[in-house]
Design a protein around this ligand. Structure first.
Ligand code: SAM
Ligand code: DTB
Ligand code: SF4
Length: 315
């Protein structure tokens, strides 16, 4: 237990919760959601790719791995003024957090200097800052924290058991180590995963178990639906049943009641009713903006209409 939050869930217990009748599961998750959060408010983050493509890693879902022919053009790290310009636009559109992502295996020292400048400038706009730059050492994490970074995103992606089917160039333990480094220096942790990689339902439940078992649970938990990218090994994989997706959101809410659960990539292909059920089940954060990193997000005017219909306000 950590601050009254249970983090010693057993797999059998989680399976029992997940396998309840749909209405019982959603009732349970929504009830908990109301105890910890305002059900009619969501947090919005805007994503920006500060360094696109050419990544040496082999993540089988990713458009930015150099190993797959996906048509994504390799770009250099973007200049500071471009980052500040996009952060300003995000703020004007209502985002409270600006997340900067780079197609790196890990952060190196010359890039560290550049991202520190970005953090400092984005902070001046009174936005929360988040970065996702690959693996981090504790010393690097500390430097980012000192520059004013609020959150670091590093996903576990899937279960420990299924992970090696998806990525071979770094281990699950490497990912856990980065999360530990981030936590140790006092940064807030954003960590979640992807559904639709060909994993079993049990793998999905195990992913949630891993996240919920961290000594301090992540403040932010992005649940992505695979965006299928032509040219990657996972293109044309079986699509996730939307009820199964909603059930994982519910399980994340039940096991991590205080966390923000982000309905992340994949909203573009989800209908409004599915998204509304995800919000009911406990999702209370989204990415807002025309683009994710290299793919389209749900259009802003569409999101605004949906939130208006549901009478959900931005935090
Ligand atoms: N390169 C860094 C890393 O992998 O840690 C940071 C950027 S990476 C694109 C961040 C996360 O985006 C991945 O861990 C993965 O969970 C998610 N992601 C990447 N491509 C995706 C896709 N096609 N569909 C859904 N999620 C994806
Ligand atoms: C996360 O969990 N999802 C975001 C963010 N963290 C970095 C990334 C989604 C990427 C979707 C595919 C793309 O646009 O390339
Ligand atoms: Fe590289 Fe990150 Fe894409 Fe993996 S997910 S290939 S590490 S950019």
């Amino acid at each position: 237990m950590n601050n009254d939050i249970k983090n010693n869930w057993q797999l059998d217990e989680l399976k029992r919760i997940y396998n309840q009748p749909f209405n019982d599961l959603i009732w349970q998750s929504h009830t908990l959601h109301r105890n910890y959060h305002d059900p009619n408010k969501i947090q919005v983050s805007t994503l920006m790719s500060i360094k696109t493509g050419g990544c040496p890693e082999d993540c089988k879902y990713c458009s930015q791995s150099i190993r797959y022919k996906t048509g994504v053009e390799i770009e250099k790290t973007l200049p500071l003024n471009e980052v500040v310009k996009q952060a300003n636009e995000a703020k004007n559109q209502g985002a409270s957090r600006f997340c900067m992502g780079a197609a790196w295996r890990n952060l190196n020292d010359s890039n560290l200097k550049k991202v520190i400048e970005m953090i400092k400038e984005v902070k001046k706009l009174k936005l929360e800052t988040c970065m996702t730059l690959g693996m981090l050492t504790k010393i690097q994490a500390e430097k980012l924290k000192n520059a004013g970074l609020d959150y670091y995103n590093h996903n576990l992606d899937t279960s420990k058991e299924y992970y090696s089917q998806i990525i071979t160039t770094r281990t699950y333990e490497d990912r856990l180590k980065t999360l530990e480094n981030v936590r140790d220096v006092g940064l807030k942790v954003c960590s979640g995963g992807i559904l639709g990689l060909g994993e079993s339902i049990e793998d999905r439940i195990k992913l949630i178990k891993e996240l919920a078992s961290l000594e301090v649970q992540p403040e932010s938990v992005p649940i992505n639906m695979l965006v299928q990218i032509k040219g990657t090994p996972l293109f044309d994989s079986d699509v996730v049943d939307e009820f199964d997706f909603i059930k994982i959101i519910a399980l994340a809410r039940i096991t991590m009641p205080k966390s923000y659960i982000r309905l992340s990539a994949g909203r573009d292909t989800m209908n409004d009713q599915t998204q509304a059920l995800c919000f009911f089940a406990g999702a209370n954060s989204i990415f807002y903006g025309e683009e994710l990193l290299t793919t389209k997000n749900s259009p802003i005017n569409h999101d605004q209409d949906l939130l208006k219909k549901l009478k959900i306000d931005l935090t």
